[in-house]
Each structure stands twice: as C-alpha cells, then as structure tokens.
Design a protein around this ligand. Structure first.
Ligand SMILES: Cc1cc2nc3c(=O)[nH]c(=O)nc-3n(C[C@H](O)[C@H](O)[C@H](O)COP(=O)(O)OP(=O)(O)OC[C@H]3O[C@@H](n4cnc5c(N)ncnc54)[C@H](O)[C@@H]3O)c2cc1C
Length: 532
C-alpha cells in the first residue's frame, strides 16, 4: 500500500491501515510538518476517531475543548451558541489545536509504527495502473525511483498532483470573498469559545471571528473588502491596525506579536468519484470545503476512517470490491451534503449579492429582539455523516422497528458507563456486536455462537441488564445500570446492534437470529459468501 501525502488525512489513513495489520509506505514531498495553524478546530467525531486509533493522548494534553460561542451584530450580542453536548460524552463538541500539532502528533505516531514507512522528501511525479498493480514515479534528492504497489491513497492535498495526472475535475463552486487569518500571541483573559462579530465598526459589512488556541495564541479571522488584494491585506501596517482594532473590539487593547498570517477564500468542491481503479482520493485531494464550520481536516479524518478498514479488508481477502465502491459512494455523499450546508453558511458569512446581504442583515437585526431566527446563525454545527443510504446496511425493516437509538448508517454515540469507562473505550477497529440483556438467554447464546464462527474480526460486547449474571462467550461485558444504555439504543432484552469497524451501525435487530447476522456481515463486507 502507498499513501501519497503526510497531512492529517494521509497520516491517519496509514495509522488506520496499520491498526488492521496493513503495511504502508507514506510518501511526502515535505521535509517536515507544515507551519501555521490552518486547521485549528477538531470536532468531537475527529477526537473519537483519534481515540479509536490510539493516538488521541497528545491532542487531549494540548487541545482546548469548548462547546459555546457568542455572536455580535454591530457591537451588540445577538446570540449565544451552545453546541449539543451530553453529560457522559468523553469529548467536547470541539477541541482547538493547531494543524502543525495535528501533523506533528500523527507523524510521531506513524514513525513509531513498524508497519508504516514514512518517507520525507519524496515527491510523486507519475502514476500508472493496470489490472495487476499501481506504479508511482517518486522523485527524491537522491534520485528517482518507481514504487510498485497494490493500491494508492491520494492524500496529496488541495493542489493534488494525482488529481491533475488523472485529469479529474471537481464539481461545485468557489466563493468570491477573501479572508485573512492572523494568529497572534497575547494574553487575552477570555474563555475558550467562538466569538463572531458581524458588521463591526471597523470592518463594516464584513465579519470577524476570534478563537483561542493553545500556546496563548489567538486566531483572528476576518473578511476583506472585495477590492483588496491578498498582498495589500498582509501589508504589516494595515494588518497591525486591523488586529489592534479587533482587540479593542473584544475589549482588551493589549500588546501582541504576530505568529502567522495568510489569506484564503472559500470553495465547496468535490470530485464526483473518489475511487479510480487502484487509486482512492481522501481529504483535500478529494474535496475543498469552506473552513467555516471547520470542515476541511475534520472531513478528511472521516474519509480516512472510512477508507482504512475497507482497504484493509479487501487486501486481507475479507471484503469484496464493492467495499471500496462504498467508500466512494458514502464519502462523496457526505461531501455533497457538506457543500450544500457549507454553501448556506458561506453565503451567510460572505453574502454573494446585495439581496443576500439584505436578507442576512435582516436576520441578524431580527435576533436582537426575537429568538426563533437564531437557528439561522447556527452555522458552525459540525456532525458526523449518517450513512443512511449505504449499500453496507441491511435488514432495514428490522432497523425501522426500533423506537429510537442510532439507526443503520448512524455513528454509535459515546456515553459513560457504570464502571466509569466509556462505550467508545470498548469499540476497537473490528466489527462489534452489541448485545443487550441477559447473555444466558437462548437468543443471545445462539447469536454469540454464530458470531464466534464469523470469518471477519467480530468482537462481542454484552451490555448486561441489571441483575443478570456474568456470561461466557463475550469479549467485553458492561453492566447497564438502570437500563440507561438500552434506553438510549431503543433496545429490549435480546436486541443486538452490528457496528462497523469505523463505528457506524450497519444492522440492528430487536430480536435477531443467527442467519440474519451472517447475512448482515456478508453485506457489510460486500462479499457474496456469508461471512459466518
Ligand atoms: C487558513 C486555513 C484554515 C483552516 N482551518 C481549518 C479548520 O479550522 N478546521 C478544519 O477542519 N480544516 C481547516 N482548514 C483545512 C485544512 O487545513 C485542510 O482541510 C487539511 O490540511 C487537509 O488535509 P490533507 O491531509 O487532506 O491535505 P494537506 O494537509 O494539504 O496535506 C497534503 C500532503 O500531501 C503532500 N503532497 C502534495 N503533493 C505531493 C506529491 N506530488 N507527492 C508527495 N506528497 C505530496 C504535501 O506535502 C502534504 O504533506 C483550514 C485551511 C486553511 C488554509
């Protein structure tokens, strides 16, 4: 296996493959991790994925978790945003940590992993494939060579050479507005929350975002007047003046130093297919998403999580070719949904016409007195995609019979368990069968026996109802004190959920039978043969 690119998505794909026992070569033209914050906000789902991959430790140690924000319109507070967070979820909705740390922590994890061969200073300059293999031309300071491999993951970023070599075009649109990001070092006595200023005195008609990051860094992000060029915007005197005005606006005109500044614009673009024979696109190479709503790196991390187990299963002979097709179908759908949603927030942040601006300003001024329009401002909600329509789901009638709980395609929610651990702690990189009730009941016993015959790695988790004795045959047993977990899953004694290696539900039954499990595993692995 070869992975091209050592940004967040390339590194995480290689780490995910290694978790499934697959060796990979990671080729990157860089000689070190990138500088400058770029992605600065990881959403809860990304933290959960990093947790499952066993690399979350330094992110927790460094990151600043948060769950709320305040919006101001012409200096007046109009909205307090509280992102959904349930007591018992391990991670807050968002964690601020700069991209150079994301890359540093992931490249250190990759360097420690014997199954990953991370090659710096290695630029991919050509790609060919046939029915036997893929071939990459690699240019290095010591000379060029050809790498022959089974599959290639294109994680080579927004200017993807592999996309260019294949002549692929993205669909969607690029937005006109341009923004400055300036990371400054200062000591603002403010909590970690998202501050958003619409139409402030010093930047009329535009907006300014302020975010706290680790290392006493603060990210200031503001829209430029339409007629200003990036060079003008980064001119030191003008930049200083605007940062001073921002600090005055937040109420603390204190000294600061500049760490990094850049100009960016928003796009909502995706390839219509991510799989091209032996080449699979992930991250910015596959899509370019506006950073409002913190989509770029977070979406790439979910791509990697989706692809790694599928590639591993295909390479280990546990999955059919349809599994890789499902990667493309599921993640293109996710990107299209994000482009659609992000388009709304981008139009809100950068009204493309006078009409949009009037509507946006009306909504904002309305919220000064009314509450019901506040959802309009709820633009930074970021949630994992639900693979509701996935070809890997099965028994949709049984799914529909549940009164509640995560349905087919949805991610399993995290929750704190009676012993103080979290459900997330018990979900590794295999398939999992979550069984509810008394493990000694005939129904669950037969199901567990069928699960033991499965050819794919399948871990059995018993969420044991209160008072039921311990049962043999399960990899993990957790007491469901007061039936809280069963309630959250809409389960009754004897119910079961089949969960994919990336933590998404692919089948669930109130009353399962062993043959339904066999069929569901075959469908989830895209194999013709039943997997048990
Ligand atoms: C100013 C700014 C702010 C952002 N803020 C956020 C945010 O808050 N949250 C968020 O989720 N996202 C944010 N993003 C987006 C985020 O930075 C990207 O989505 C993310 O970096 C994508 O990761 P990636 O691994 O796909 O690509 P990249 O990080 O671009 O990595 C690509 C890798 O491929 C390598 N490469 C390229 N070509 C070749 C080649 N031919 N051969 C070998 N190697 C090659 C590069 O050297 C690099 O290692 C922001 C982006 C910008 C610019």
């Amino acid at each position: 296996m070869a992975v091209v690119g050592a940004g967040p998505t390339g590194l995480l794909t290689a780490i995910g493959l290694a978790r499934h026992g697959i060796r990979s070569v990671v080729l990157t033209q860089d000689v070190q991790v990138s500088h400058g914050s770029r992605a600065a906000v990881l959403i809860r789902r990304s933290m959960e994925i990093l947790h499952r991959c066993g690399v979350v430790g330094p992110f927790v140690a460094k990151g600043l978790p948060w769950s709320s924000g305040r919006s101001f319109y012409r200096g007046q507070e109009v909205y307090r945003m509280a992102m959904p967070h349930e007591e018992g979820q391990r991670y807050k909705p968002a964690t601020n940590v700069q991209q150079q740390y994301i890359e540093e922590y992931l490249s250190e994890a990759a360097e420690r992993e014997p199954l990953i061969d991370l090659r710096w200073g290695s630029r991919v300059i050509s790609f060919e494939q046939d029915s036997e293999e893929a071939r990459l031309g690699v240019d290095t300071p010591e000379g060029a060579y050809t790498l022959r491999t089974s599959y290639v993951v294109a994680a080579d970023g927004g200017r993807s050479d592999l996309r260019r070599i294949l002549g692929l075009r993205m669909e969607g649109r690029a937005y006109a507005g341009r923004f400055v990001i300036a990371d400054i070092r200062t000591d603002l006595p403010l909590p970690t929350e998202r501050l958003c200023y619409f139409d402030p005195d010093w930047n009329p008609g535009n907006n300014v975002l302020v975010h706290r990051m680790p290392d006493q860094l603060w990210r200031i992000d503001f829209r430029l007047p339409d007629d200003e060029t990036p060079d003008q915007a980064l001119e030191p005197e003008l930049l200083k003046q605007r940062i001073d005005l921002t600090l005055r606006m937040v109420g603390y005109p204190i000294p600061w130093t500049l760490d990094w500044a850049t100009v960016y614009s928003a796009s909502a673009l995706t390839l219509p297919r991510y799989l091209h024979g032996r080449l699979a696109f992930v991250g910015d190479a596959a899509h370019l998403l506006p950073i409002f709503g913190v989509r770029g790196a977070n979406t790439g991390i979910q791509d990697s999580d989706n692809l790694a187990w599928k590639l591993a299963y295909v390479l280990r002979g546990l999955g059919g070719p349809g599994l890789l097709e499902s990667y493309s179908a599921e993640r293109v759908e996710a990107a299209r949904e994000i482009c659609e949603e992000a388009g709304k927030s981008t139009r809100f942040m950068t009204p493309p016409s006078r009409g949009y601006r009037l509507m946006r300003d009306a909504a904002l001024s309305f919220t000064l007195s009314e509450t019901f329009t506040k959802d309009l401002l709820h633009w930074r909600t970021a949630r994992p995609h639900d693979y509701r329509g996935s070809a890997l789901n099965s028994d949709l009638e049984a799914d529909a019979a549940f009164p509640s709980g995560p349905g087919c395609g949805a991610p399993v929610p995290d929750m704190r368990l009676a012993d103080g651990s979290h459900l997330l702690d018990h979900l590794g990189s295999a398939f999992h069968l979550l069984c509810f009730g008394d493990g000694h009941s005939a129904g669950l016993r037969h199901l567990a026996e069928a699960a033991r015959r499965a050819r794919v790695p399948l871990r059995l988790v018993l969420l044991r109802s209160e008072g039921a004795p311990e049962a043999a045959n399960y990899d993990v047993q957790v007491r469901d004190t007061g039936g809280e977990i069963a309630r959250r899953f809409g389960a009754v004694p004897g119910s079961a959920y089949l969960v994919r290696p990336d933590g998404h539900v692919c089948a669930r039954w109130l009353r399962p039978d062993p043959s339904a499990l066999e069929r569901a595993l075959a469908i989830a692995c895209a194999t013709e043969e039943p997997m048990a």
